[in-house]
Design a protein around this ligand. Structure first.
Ligand code: HEC
Ligand code: HEC
Length: 281
């Protein structure tokens, strides 16, 4: 019987062995599977990170491209604005300047030869005009012609008015171009003020007339660093009393009127004029 039982035992032993082997194999399989799962999860994560990085890079590249386009657009717009400004105020031709010189013969009696200004106490005190930007000269001449500057109380501008009444638009541009083409001359000063006090007052003027008094065509404010002190003071008085800049059609003059109103008295005007003299180039 025992010999019969033996193979049975063997059989049991074998079954156990096989079972154990299977269990080990399954266990190994499970471990391997788990590892593979972990590996593939890590791989997936890495792939996802890579994809996200690529998307981010693409987004950044697209943003950069859009920005480049916008900058190019802005540049093109600026260039176009410049060209439009030039078209509206084209550089004067040599003929125009020559014609302007001929017209100026009627102005020289008051404004001096070559726009040097006059200071003869027997004559009219007229400011120097040499080197004045054409856009500003033309505006002022048109203002006088059209009764926007030189109303009641403005003796000086009223005196000049008859001289420009009959100028055509083209002639006004030509004589203005001639003035701009002239080499600036040093103005003839007659007053004295306190430059240090004037400097503090000039803080109000900075925004439009700029640090060197060079003006800013974008806000239509003229250069004032080459004007004679007596003309600066006389103009500030006129602005403050609205003799100049009182006409509702004179938008820039009205602005300046409001600014002149901040100067307390004639002494303050002399002080600011004294400081403006120090800005002369
Ligand atoms: C009778 C003298 C006289 C004549 C002639 C004259 N002007 Fe004037 N002009 C003046 C006076 C004075 C002023 C200053 C007005 C003031 O004080 O507000 C002036 C002012 C100006 C201004 C403004 C200056 C500024 O800084 O705002 C311009 C531009 C000008 N004249 C151009 C001309 C031109 C161009 C002619 C010739 C076509 C001319 N003038 C003829 C007397 C004259
Ligand atoms: C808001 C801008 C602005 C400010 C600030 C300003 N100005 Fe002006 N100023 C102008 C403009 C614009 C004109 C030209 C007015 C016209 O078209 O007649 C002008 C004209 C003048 C003129 C006459 C120039 C000439 O040739 O006839 C003088 C002088 C002057 N300003 C001085 C001053 C002083 C001094 C201050 C400071 C207290 C000042 N401005 C502040 C805009 C300004």
């Amino acid at each position: 019987m025992s010999s019969d039982q033996k193979p049975e035992k063997w059989g049991y032993g074998l079954t156990w062995l096989i079972t154990a082997g299977l269990v080990v194999m399954v266990a190994i399989g499970v471990v391997k599977l788990r590892k593979t799962a972990i590996d593939s999860a890590a791989h997936l994560r890495a792939e996802k990170a890579k994809a996200m990085e690529a998307a981010k890079q693409q987004f950044e590249a697209e943003t950069k491209a859009t920005e480049a386009l916008e900058t190019a657009d802005k540049k093109a717009a600026e260039e176009k604005a410049k060209q439009l400004a030039l078209a509206a105020d084209p550089p004067a031709s040599a003929e125009d300047i020559a014609m302007g010189k001929t017209i100026y013969a009627t102005c020289a009696a008051c404004h001096g030869p070559e726009g040097s200004g006059s200071l003869n106490p027997m004559a009219i005190k007229a400011p120097n005009l040499a080197g004045m930007p054409a856009w500003y000269a033309a505006t002022q001449i048109r203002n006088m012609k059209n009764d926007i500057r030189g109303g009641a109380g403005d003796m000086e501008a009223m005196m000049m008015k008859p001289m420009v009444m009959n100028l055509t638009d083209k002639q006004i541009d030509q004589v203005s171009a001639y003035l701009e083409s002239l080499k600036p001359v040093a103005p003839k000063h007659t007053l004295k003020g306190d430059a240090a006090k004037g400097k503090a007052l000039y803080a109000t003027c900075l925004a439009c007339h700029m640090d060197k008094g060079q003006g800013n065509p974008l806000v239509k404010s003229p250069p004032i660093n080459n004007l004679p002190d007596w003309y600066i003071v006389s103009s500030l008085k006129k602005f403050k009393s609205k003799v100049r800049g009182g006409n509702p059609k004179d938008l820039t003059g009205m602005q300046m009127s409001a600014m002149a109103a901040t100067l307390a008295d004639e002494q303050a005007m002399k002080d600011v004029a004294e400081y403006i003299k120090t800005l002369a180039e």
